[in-house]
Design a protein. Structure first.
Length: 176
């Protein structure tokens, strides 16, 4: 995967104080992520960086729409994104991956790539179960799912065939 240079933060060149950056995350951004479940979208990312010596305080605000697959019919599903995220970076002689609150960047690094942070923050807005509203799924796929669901239920009943339950079902059917 090629690196997306427009999402790189030039740490060494950044003046002390507060800086604001605006990014647009579009289909090209999401298509470079082969493993991702986001198919496309358009998200505005606003970033405020407060630089204090070797410390950088980053606040992201993200708003827009993404496209992912519906869990039920696999057609495109458009989801709203409206989230924020806060993180901190600091220069350190040795980086310590155990610290979750502050990301340590090697003093030799001049830049920090925000691509993964932006993608992961957007991906975390996807609900665990993401499906179309009732009646909006692909009807052909829903019909196919129902057909296979009924077959599975029928096979399960045949596998769990207990003569006592069969006798009870016959009694219930006779009372109808």
């Amino acid at each position: 995967m090629g690196q997306l240079h427009s999402y790189t933060l030039e740490l060494r060149a950044m003046p002390v104080g507060t800086q604001q950056f605006n990014y647009v995350v579009d289909d090209a951004f999401f298509q470079q992520r082969e493993e991702g479940e986001i198919r496309g979208g358009n998200v505005d990312v606003k970033l405020e960086v407060e630089h204090k010596g070797d410390f950088f305080d980053l606040t992201f605000w993200m708003e827009g729409k993404i496209i992912t697959a519906c869990d039920r019919c696999l057609d495109d599903l458009v989801l709203d994104v409206d989230t924020d995220y806060h993180m901190a970076l600091k220069y350190a002689a040795e980086t310590n991956a155990d610290n979750d609150e502050v990301i340590e960047v090697a003093e030799s690094e001049r830049c920090y790539d925000l691509t993964d942070i932006i993608y992961d923050t957007i991906a975390l807005t996807i609900p665990m179960k993401h499906v179309h509203a009732d009646g909006e799924c692909n009807e052909a796929m829903v019909a196919e799912l129902q057909k296979h669901s009924r077959q599975a239920e029928t096979e399960e009943v045949k596998e769990n065939n207990d003569p006592r339950w069969d006798a009870l079902r016959k009694l219930m059917d006779n009372n109808k």
